[in-house]
Design a protein around this ligand. Structure first.
Ligand SMILES: Nc1nc2c(ncn2[C@@H]2O[C@H](COP(=O)(O)OP(=O)(O)OP(=O)(O)O)[C@@H](O)[C@H]2O)c(=O)[nH]1
Ligand SMILES: [Mg+2]
Length: 552
């Protein structure tokens, strides 16, 4: 897991740090937010990333103008540590600090012994050896929170466990507590803190992950309470770290870096207080000043990243506009992570997008052309998956990518109907979509993985009754034809009705109307072909002269 290394040790450690082989306009100084100590794993995670198999521009089929993998080249983003030099070298020998100023005392003895004891904890991922740190999960169930559709604490922890696994951690245990309000100091109660402390010793835990976002103060207090040698992080940091490991294109890397910096900004508060402690309080206020300086640097970097993302966004838009002279309707696949979106895209288009039983396999959108059996065409876009408690800064940072969604003619919501929490996942996706302001775009729901469901027959008949749902299996191919028909039918909702007289020398336009529209009537006249059809709005505009010809 690329839970980053040591970090800030003193003022001089704020040296330009290149986290990304592709240089940013201004050097980025802040690594991954989870910020755990450096391990052999770090290297493994970085190389692992390059082996993810996510499409790079080289994978793009040269011949097809609509085939695209947006973003730049394959960048590896790792959370390498910072140079550690300057004022507190002495302290540095014994301690590591992460960005929120948390101090990690290295138990050297333990570390030395670790190499011998860690024999069974290396695992092979994507052909690379990865060190699996022991992680312990902690959740809080809110008393009196009876929201029917929300994830139960056990399910939420199960999902957290999957996230930890995706990040390369070995989950060795978990616990939760029922609370009416979380403890402002330690999130959980003191009894629970003590219980976890015992588990840490008994299970040789290195990382404790909380299922909810912790405040910087809570993070610090918990680390202190657990003994300083254990790293504490939260769900948000874990998700950011997974994204960091998986960002394979320049654009994804920029977006993740932005989200990480936004996460770090409020967590810089006590980064320099160790200097005050060292000087016996004589330089009181020095830390305060430095925090302001750091915050300013970070804000500047956030601004630079936003600008660069904006230019990537513009480029993407131009590319989209140039994509084809005939505006083929764009259909976007959205849905909970692991629902089967990429598998569906691969199945329908023969694409080779990474699809695997892990969360957040896809970060970058990929678009491919789908040709249906009845000669129709549409473009299908695979997008990043959603998750409950999705960090808001991640949604904001990925807005440029998600814009792909907001400009499509149809949203296909892919649901893993075999999942016990399918309903809750649907709600989580709907709530992210509501944030993205796409309520006006027609939607079609797909119940995927029907082959794995306990009651496929029941599901099929329920889907039929509802009319707005298609049951399918992206794996076996069942229901794909019905899916394409339903897409065509739904696309009609976003099309406009035209009547046009197409001159005989514009034969290519006629076939384009047949390809991307729904033709209801054709008649050959002396002046050309009279056609009545539903066509995509942008295409209707192209046909304006011929529509006027028809009206006259
Ligand atoms: N049994 C079964 N498994 C499926 C089906 N569709 C997808 N899967 C499996 O589900 C897992 C996740 O599939 P992906 O296509 O990567 O899911 P995704 O929605 O793209 O996931 P993210 O990119 O993480 O958002 C893979 O192991 C697929 O083989 C299906 O119809 N039936
Ligand atoms: Mg995917």
């Amino acid at each position: 897991m690329n839970l980053c290394s040591s970090a800030i040790a003193g003022p001089s450690s704020l040296l330009p740090h290149q986290w990304n082989p592709r240089p940013l306009p201004s050097p980025a100084i802040f690594p991954s937010p989870v910020c755990l100590k450096a391990r052999p794993l770090l290297k493994a995670a970085a190389t692992q990333q390059q082996n993810l198999g996510v499409l790079s521009p080289d994978d793009v089929s040269a011949g097809d103008p609509v085939v695209e993998t947006l973003g730049g080249g394959v960048d590896s983003v790792n959370g390498d540590g910072f140079p550690t030099e300057g004022a507190d070298e002495k302290v540095q020998d014994k301690e590591e600090r992460d960005l929120s100023g948390r101090v990690k005392r290295r138990n050297k003895k333990k570390k030395e012994g670790e190499d011998e004891s860690s024999g069974g904890r290396f695992e092979i991922r994507n052909g690379k050896e990865v060190f699996a740190e022991n992680a312990y999960l902690v959740g809080v169930e809110r008393k009196g929170d009876d929201t029917e559709q929300s994830f139960g604490i056990e399910e939420s922890l199960k999902e957290l466990s999957q996230l930890a696994d995706t990040a390369g951690l070995a989950v060795v245990g978990s616990t939760y507590q029922k609370l009416s309000t979380p403890n402002p100091r330690t999130y959980i109660g003191s009894g629970k803190v003590a219980e976890i402390k015992s588990a840490i010793h008994a299970l040789d835990v290195e990382t404790v992950i909380f299922d909810d976002e912790l405040s910087p103060g809570q993070l610090r207090n918990l680390e202190k309470a657990f003994g300083g040698d254990v790293r504490v992080c939260d769900r948000t940091a874990l998700i950011l770290d997974i994204f960091n490991q998986r960002a394979a294109t320049h654009e994804a890397a920029l977006q993740v870096a932005l989200a990480q910096m936004e996460y770090q900004l409020p967590r810089l508060t006590r980064m320099w207080t160790h200097l005050e402690r060292q000087a016996g309080g004589q330089v009181k206020g020095m830390g305060e000043k430095q925090i302001e300086v750091d915050k300013r640097i970070l804000r500047t970097q956030i601004g630079v990243l936003k600008k660069e993302l904006e230019s990537v966004r513009k480029h993407r838009k131009q590319y989209r506009n140039r994509r084809t002279s005939v505006p083929v309707p764009v259909v976007s696949l959205v849905g909970y992570t692991n629902a089967g979106k990429s598998t569906l895209l691969n199945r329908l288009t023969g694409a080779n997008v990474l699809a695997e039983d892990r969360l957040f396999a896809t970060l970058d959108p990929t678009t491919r052309r789908v040709q249906t059996k009845n000669g129709k065409e549409f473009l299908l876009t695979d997008t990043v998956g959603f998750i409950q408690k999705l960090p808001t800064m991640l949604v904001a940072a990925f807005r440029a990518t998600l814009e792909e969604i907001s400009e499509s003619s149809l949203l296909v919501h892919v649901v893993d109907i075999s999942h016990p929490l399918a309903d809750q996942q649907i709600d989580a996706v709907d709530s992210v979509l509501a944030d993205l302001d796409v309520s006006l775009i027609p939607k079609l729901m797909v119940w995927n993985k029907v082959d794995r469901a306990d009651n496929p027959e029941e599901l099929r008949s329920e889907a039929e009754k509802r009319g707005d749902v298609v049951c399918l299996s992206a794996l076996t191919g069942e229901g794909l034809e019905e899916f394409c028909d339903a897409v065509q039918e739904k696309l009609k909702d976003s099309m406009v009705w035209i009547e046009a007289l197409v001159p005989f020398d514009k034969g290519e336009l006629l076939s384009a109307i047949h390809q991307v529209g729904m033709v209801e009537w054709t008649e050959y006249t002396e002046k050309g072909t009279l056609i009545k059809a539903h066509v995509p709005l942008r295409f209707a505009r192209l046909l304006t002269p011929m529509r006027q010809l028809c009206a006259s």
